[in-house]
Design a protein around this ligand. Structure first.
Ligand code: AGP
Length: 594
């Protein structure tokens, strides 16, 4: 969580910092601030969104500066807790993303030594430590300060009178954008896309000295070379392109995302995803780990892989997996994470790697920490996803899981050929769902009046119910619960009634009859039932109070068309309630804390 940025060059830093921060707001947005080196260091920060801070900020003329957009961990959102943080002399400014776990001891020690603290944050110890160790060499002082620190950090240090910014990272992402006689430092690529497509990905333990002319990186006191990469994402991809919200744009991008993934991983009728661990044989089970929406993708992945590969798949929430021991013999692990920076997922990946388990990462972000920990990385081709609510990345993750399953499937060739043909039709099937937008919006307007909603599904569409509920609650703040249809009568039935609509995800597969029975049981308790069903399903039309239809596809692909309809439903319900759709309260896109 939190986005940090730095600029150094010939131009005025302030407008660049604000522009970059606007693009980093998805990482946190409860307060923000900038510091610019003029003759001394000028700081402006407040409990405001970046746009508002920009409008109210005094003008600073310096050409070196740092900025921060915050997701509070230590101390609530306040002007004093907002970054940048300063040392006692107000000549060192630090922006930080991460968590300093030993900050309390450091703070006590520094206080005893005469340092004065003004915020409740863990971050504030950093400028004071740098001040303590500064004897004319900023890089050395930063290095010494970082030696005292335990926890995770990506930091940028600005000191008045210095010709460079210092950037350092450990377990939090940090990149350097290379410009023409100017350089940028940021938490993530979208921040700097307006200025450059050349980046260096800093690695854990790196300390970089960044001037307007060059970038020097050291690790453990030794000079290291970090290769420059060309970014594949474009500025347009990171903009709203006329849509009111990033989420709506990202929902609409899904046909293209599917096509891109097909283009990336298929050659004529064959998948080209190569998993050496699977090819070499000896794998007896697959472990999939993830959090949030990515976890719902792996829950669906379990059905796909078990059906097509016939290998048992164990699915774990990364945040739970990390706290007990496991049997992992002949197991390959697949970690799925859009950002590649989710703390719980990274911790699980490290734990798995340490015990010798091969870990494959499926991630959307090139150079992310997940891609560095994994023994192999498969990239989803979703493009930058800015809205906090994950949409297109989920569908892209499913596409990769389909490909893996099809690539190593032992099922008969005709079934696979049929699936491949259907897969090629999937972008137009998703487009058909998007074409129903106006109708879905009407349902959403009705749904927006309620405070409690159940989503139910069975089989491969049970995780779709979970995902539908997550989407609705995170952006509309309506309490929504995803439930396996068969489980309703084991407790949740007690909550049903006229004020609690139930959204039933119905597929015409082996679960169909049981779903019909469940819908009848629900209706008998007075709850309005809104069904998401295949076109031409007349039984559902008669049974449910209202129906959103989706095109008929193979059951394995039904989560894709169903989830798109539920994304639109959540979006329009949130819009009707006037919510902050792209930046929901209390959340951030990259969850870099445990
Ligand atoms: C869902 O809309 C979320 N914003 C959230 O659940 C997210 O999927 C989760 O934090 C995992 O993120 P990751 O895919 O980047 O690891």
């Amino acid at each position: 969580m939190c986005g940090i940025v730095g600029y150094i060059g010939d131009k005025r830093a302030q407008p660049i910092l604000f522009n970059c921060l606007k693009r980093l707001e998805y990482r946190g947005y409860d307060s923000c601030g900038i510091a610019v080196a003029v003759s001394n260091i000028e700081v402006y920060k407040d409990v405001l969104r970046v746009e508002a801070l920009d409008k109210t900020s005094p003008r600073f003329d310096g050409t070196i500066g740092v900025g921060h957009t915050r997701w509070a961990t230590h101390g609530g959102p306040s002007k004093l807790n907002a970054h940048p943080h300063l040392d006692c002399t107000a000549s060192i400014a630090v922006v930080h993303n991460g968590v300093i776990t030993n900050f309390q001891e450091l703070r006590h020690q520094l206080t005893r030594e005469g340092h004065n603290f003004v915020s409740e944050t863990d971050t504030e110890v950093i400028p004071h430590l740098i001040e303590k160790y500064y004897h004319g060499d900023l890089e050395k002082a930063v290095e010494a300060a970082l030696n005292d620190i335990e926890g995770s950090y990506a930091i940028i240090v600005l000191k008045s009178g210095e010709a460079g910014l210092i950037a350092a990272r450990k377990d939090s992402p940090l990149i350097v954008g290379i410009g023409d006689r100017e350089n940028y430092i940021a938490s993530d690529v979208p921040a700097i896309l307006d200025y450059t497509d050349r980046v260096i990905y800093l690695e854990d333990g790196d300390i970089g000295v960044v001037t307007g002319r060059d970038v020097k990186v050291k690790k453990a006191g030794t000079d290291v070379t970090r290769a420059e990469h060309k970014v594949m994402w474009t500025v347009e991809e990171a903009q709203k392109a006329g849509y009111e919200h990033f989420m709506l744009k990202e929902i609409h991008e899904q046909p293209r995302v599917i096509r891109n993934t097909l283009g990336e991983y298929s050659r004529s009728t064959e998948s080209v995803i190569d998993l050496p661990a699977m090819r070499e044989g000896g794998i007896e089970s697959i472990l999939m780990i993830a959090c949030g929406t990515s976890y719902h993708a792996v829950l669906i992945g379990k059905y796909i892989v078990e059906e097509l590969l016939g290998i048992p798949v164990r699915v774990e929430l990364a945040s739970e997996f990390n706290y007990y021991s496991h049997t992992l013999a002949r197991t390959i692990a697949i970690a799925v994470t859009q950002s590649g920076e989710t703390a719980d997922t990274l911790k699980a990946m490290r734990k798995l790697s340490e015990v010798g388990c091969r870990v494959v990462a499926i991630t959307n972000v090139v150079g992310s920490t997940a891609s560095r920990i994994a023994s192999q990385t498969i990239y989803t081709r979703a493009g930058p996803e800015i809205s906090v609510a994950a949409t297109k990345s989920f569908v892209a993750q499913l596409m990769v899981l389909y490909w893996i399953a099809m690539a190593y499937s032992k099922t008969d060739a005709r079934r696979i050929a049929g699936l491949l043909m259907e897969l090629r039709q999937l972008p137009s099937r998703v487009q058909q769902v998007l074409d129903e937008e106006a109708k879905i919006m009407k349902f959403a307007q009705y749904l927006s009046r309620f405070e409690n909603v159940f989503y139910i599904g069975r089989g491969i569409n049970y995780p779709v119910a979970l995902e539908g509920a997550l989407k609705l609650k995170e952006i509309s703040y309506i309490h929504a619960e995803g439930c396996a249809s068969g489980e309703l009568k084991h407790g949740p039935f007690a909550l049903l009634g006229v004020d609690t609509p139930v959204i039933a995800v119905v597929a015409r597969d082996s679960t169909y009859e049981a779903m019909l029975t469940n819908i009848k049981e629900i209706k008998a308790r007075g709850s309005p039932v809104m069904a998401l069903a295949e076109e031409g399903d007349e039984i559902i039309e008669e049974l449910a109070d209202s129906v959103i239809t989706v095109p008929q596809v193979d059951t394995l692909f039904s989560p894709v068309v169903n989830v798109v309809a539920l994304q639109l439903l959540a979006y329009y319900a949130a819009k009707e309630r006037g919510c902050s759709i792209d930046f929901p309260r209390n959340l951030a896109k990259s969850v870099t804390v445990e």
